[in-house]
Design a protein around this ligand. Structure first.
Ligand code: ADQ
Length: 477
């Protein structure tokens, strides 16, 4: 069996028995254990002086290969082009795109350098699976170094419409680099369509076949011919392990955090949100919609609490400092306006929690409130549903702009900038009869089980293993 080589910007932190984080990390680590292989990427360290050194840690059949980044590389590749240019552009925030040609050069340079670090570790039949927007030029760099292995790429965030991508000055170089992969995986059909649209209308390429009309999981990938390469592209919506999350939630219900939550909420209903503190997650609009609910439905005052857990990320970037200030100002205003001596309408928490605690809090709450302005998938939506008590499930209020909305059709789907519409959805969710809640939960759980994280991974790796020639190029007979 071929070894699997995973390449991602960050390698998941390793604890005894595997990575501590969930979702992607667990799913990918399972596959690595089965086939044997390597996880290669940045260690998370910024090296103050000297050349960063590759570190290899063996854990059974899996090798973790990590390397630090020099300060300038971190600034240009990670903070700069990845997070100040690509992240806003790919989340449709053209207004927040910052572009600096030196950062772009740094991004390309670091991709080339990382690829060069990996080349000596590769064997001819290794299958290479590269993850996310930090590493778009990675296959092109490997190809230039003579690597002929099969290389796949999965984009965890949305792929923007061509008109938005055009705002990134080196858009053509990026799409051309993507075409050096053999298989491109996207979260949704809309992302596949956006990519194919760019290829045809801006890249002068051709697209044939695929399941571009299919709403959820692609059957056959589309064949793409562009920039002198043939490759395939399809949607592989990432999943979770819903039954494991359900077990965690059930076990966690007896823990201290849930007891505390129960003591302080009394008989009040609970609305719950969990996100990284990011401007793509729609937190300000979400706070305002909750305020609107309190305005419009006085019975909710002192009877409903909203808990927002939002650990800060990328706190050294201006756009993130800005969203944090805006959010804190809204929070102060709304709480000041409605709070009572015994009730704070919005509880806003910056902490990281254990997965079991989060799952238990999801199960304890009546509404999961997940309203990103744009999101590749949004695993929190899937985790929220998975964690519910089948006998008395909560209701998911979900943005139509999260990839998860394609699958979780039992949610109340909202437009995250429609404050009035979101307040109405919250009101409907809080009052939803049990039979309706159960039916929606059953539908969504069935979908989550049929497309769990193993299905995501296995489908992608199966398609990657199955050659990428265009039908016209196949040998006759
Ligand atoms: P993210 O933007 O990070 O991921 P998301 O999919 O919601 O978004 O995943 C966040 C993960 O972090 C979830 O598993 C969540 O439980 C966890 N988490 C969040 N806050 C936490 C806290 N306070 N304590 C502990 N855990 C916390 C990117 C893309 C998404 C895509 C994923 C996976 O932006 O669109 O769904 O990758 O492909």
């Amino acid at each position: 069996m071929s070894r699997l080589i995973i390449v991602s910007n960050r390698v998941a932190p390793i604890s005894e028995g595997g990575p501590a984080a969930g979702g992607l990390a667990v799913g990918v680590y399972d596959a690595l254990k089965e086939t044997g292989g390597m996880w290669f990427g940045w260690s998370g360290e910024v090296v103050a002086s000297g050349q960063p050194q590759l570190q290899l840690v063996e854990q059974g059949p899996v090798t973790f290969a990590t390397i630090g980044l020099a300060r300038r590389d971190y600034d240009q590749y990670y903070r700069g082009f990845s997070n100040a240019t690509l992240w806003p552009a790919f989340h449709y925030r053209a207004d927040l795109i910052q572009y600096d040609r030196h950062d772009f050069e740094g991004y390309w340079r670091v991709n080339t350098w990382l690829a060069q670090q990996l080349v000596p570790l590769l064997r001819p039949d290794d299958v290479i699976w590269v993850h996310d927007y930090h590493l778009i030029p990675f296959a092109q760099a490997l190809r230039s170094a003579g690597v002929r292995n099969r290389i796949g790429f999965f984009l965890h965030i949305p792929f923007p419409a061509a008109q938005v991508l055009l705002a990134v000055p080196p858009h053509r170089a990026l799409v051309e680099a993507l075409c050096s992969f053999d298989l491109l995986g996207f979260q949704t059909q809309a992302d596949v369509r956006a990519f194919c649209d760019y290829v045809v209308h801006e890249g002068g390429g051709e697209v044939a076949g695929g399941e571009q009309g299919a709403p959820v999981v692609a059957g056959a990938p589309a064949h793409v011919r562009a920039f002198g390469r043939s490759l395939r592209a399809a949607a592989y919506p990432i999943g979770v392990y819903p039954d494991e999350i359900a077990q965690l939630a059930k076990a966690g219900a007896r823990g201290k955090s849930v007891r505390l939550m129960r003591q302080t909420r009394h008989e009040r209903k609970l609305i719950m949100s969990v996100d990284r503190l990011d401007y793509s997650k729609g937190l300000v609009e979400r706070f305002r919609a909750f305020e609107h609910l309190l305005d419009q439905v006085p019975a909710c005052r002192n009877n409903v609490s909203f808990v927002q857990i939002a650990p800060p990320t990328r706190a050294d970037m201006h756009a993130y400092q800005d969203i944090r200030l805006r959010l804190e100002s809204e929070l102060g205003r709304i709480n000041g306006r409605f709070a009572e001596l015994d009730w704070t309408p919005i509880r806003y928490i910056h902490r990281q929690y254990e997965r079991s605690v989060l799952a238990a809090l999801f199960r304890e709450s009546h509404v999961g409130y997940v309203t990103p302005l744009r999101d590749g998938m949004n695993l929190v939506a899937k985790e929220y549903v998975s964690a519910q008590d089948p006998d008395d499930p909560g209701v998911l209020v979900l943005s139509r702009f999260a990839g998860a909305a394609d699958e979780l059709t039992g949610a109340l789907i909202v437009n995250p900038i429609d404050i009035d519409g979101m307040a109405q959805a919250l009101s409907e969710a809080l009052a939803m009869p049990l039979a309706d809640r159960r039916a929606r939960y059953r539908d969504m759980m069935a979908q989550l089980r049929s497309n769990n994280v193993s299905v995501w991974r296995d489908t992608f790796l199966r398609d990657l293993a199955q050659g990428g020639q265009l039908p016209a190029e196949r040998a006759p007979g």
